[in-house]
Design a protein around this ligand. Structure first.
Ligand SMILES: Nc1ncnc2c1ncn2[C@@H]1O[C@H](COP(=O)(O)OP(=O)(O)O)[C@@H](O)[C@H]1O
Ligand SMILES: [Mg+2]
Length: 410
């Protein structure tokens, strides 16, 4: 697929941007801090409904305005769809598909598929499990949009169950320690907890099954991408680590295991079992200790964990491989996602630049940002837009200042 048109209003530093884009490579060049990443961030937001840089929407709305707008026209195997989003300060966001309002913004998921590789991605290797869960869930919802609803249901139940563990902690502790007859409020809190256990296990099993399938499909692409970026290094591998612990048969986290019908029901039963095993610990600590929100994606180089052991170069290669594996996987599902490379070539050595350029040349559309044109491999420097921020009476605003010919056609 490719983005044919992009328009922004009051998104970050852009007060108004209207761009026609083409398949192939487009490069955004300009000094640091002038608004290049903001463009990719907007497309990333239309694709995942989240920013790779901030966890709330407020910073995306241009300072002094209360509303941001981002819209894209996406061409996928000849079929055109326009998605747009309104980000509202202090109000819920609104989305439209071909001008028709959707009931929920998440209905636009899957229309624009993007894979963004950015300097922040080093945290996939070095950061907390939450960064890797986010990587998995974004890829999962990009691939299977209905998983966004599963994820939202799971998060809602998790919040409610966590709140119960906190508020009813005292009563639950007295009941779970036994020692006499449970008090009335203790017994009722326990009954409520059991209801939430059921919901948590039902939604959690679906999310877990989705992630396990994803890791199963992703693992070979990851090994291959890493091998092509760093052939001299030890082989890279990934494995899902579940908080279900020994309740989950080990073959489930074998990347080679092919998922079977009945997995979700089985996982739900195992989930409930692990909740019963962990019950007194959860009550004691007042937090949910079991579920996909506690899981991790383990990254290995040879037989050592990448986190804490990988060199800087290896960590970069691993992070990039995770993105390229996602790209290869979405592509194997049937259509090329838009590849976005944010300021990354300057970080890479010659061999990795070449390997990345090879993937990029093969993609249907690639959007690249760089501080100077020299950072971009020659063969990718096709259409170039200059980006510069200007001080105006409405604040510092980004502008496209030049546009060069498409050098491949010309
Ligand atoms: N909400 C906002 N309102 C106005 N300007 C913003 C907002 N968020 C970020 N900016 C500005 O955007 C610029 C950074 O843009 P960015 O795309 O990250 O730059 P780069 O070209 O280095 O990729 C900074 O000048 C910052 O002040
Ligand atoms: Mg940037």
């Amino acid at each position: 697929m490719f983005v044919r048109a992009l328009s922004l209003r009051d998104f970050r530093s852009w007060d108004a941007l209207g761009l026609e884009l083409r398949p192939g490579c487009t490069v955004f060049v300009g000094p640091n801090g002038h608004g290049k990443t903001n463009v990719l961030e907007a497309l990333g937001y239309l694709s995942t409904l989240s920013s790779h840089r901030v966890s709330s929407d407020a910073p995306l709305i241009r300072s002094g305005t209360g509303q941001a707008f981002a819209g894209a026209t996406v061409v996928n195997t000849g079929r055109e769809l326009t998605v747009d989003l309104e980000l509202n300060e202090g109000k819920s966001n609104r989305a439209r598909i071909n001008q028709s309002p959707t009931r929920r913004p998440r209905e636009i998921l899957g229309i624009l598929q993007t894979v963004l590789f950015a300097p922040e991605d080093l945290s996939l290797v070095r950061g907390d499990p939450g960064d890797r869960r986010r990587y998995l869930d974004e890829l999962l919802t990009s691939r299977i949009p209905r998983m966004a609803a599963v994820r939202a249901d799971y998060d809602r139940v998790l919040r409610q169950r966590s709140a119960l563990l906190k508020t009813a902690g005292g009563a639950l502790r007295r009941t779970s320690r036994g020692g006499g007859r449970p008090s009335e409020d203790g017994a009722s809190a326990l009954a409520t907890l059991e209801v939430w256990d059921g919901h948590l296990a039902a939604h959690g099993a679906q999310l877990l099954a989705g992630r396990l399938d994803l890791v199963h499909d992703l693992a070979p692409h990851l090994a291959e991408s890493y091998q092509s970026l760093a052939p001299e290094s030890r082989p890279a591998s990934i494995r899902y680590r579940s908080s279900l612990g020994s309740s989950l048969p080990p073959e489930f986290t074998e990347p080679a295991r092919v998922p079977e019908a009945g997995d979700i029901a089985f996982l739900e039963e195992r989930f409930l079992h692990e909740l019963s095993v962990m019950r007194s610990k959860e009550i004691e600590r007042g937090v949910c200790l079991v579920g996909p929100h506690r899981d991790d994606l383990e990254l290995q180089l040879g037989d050592t964990p990448a986190k804490g052991f990988a060199s800087h170069g290896e960590s970069w290669s691993f992070a990039l491989s995770l993105r390229l594996a996602g790209f290869a996987l979405l592509r194997s599902d049937g259509s090329d996602p838009v590849l976005m490379l944010d300021d990354v070539f300057a970080e890479l050595d010659r061999r990795r630049r070449r390997a990345l350029a090879k993937v990029a040349l093969d993609a249907e559309q690639v959007l690249i940002t760089a501080a100077v044109p020299e950072d971009v491999p020659e063969e990718l420097d096709a259409v170039r837009f200059g980006v510069e921020a200007h001080d105006t009476d409405r604040g510092r605003i980004s502008r496209i200042v030049e546009e060069t010919e498409d050098r491949r056609d010309g």
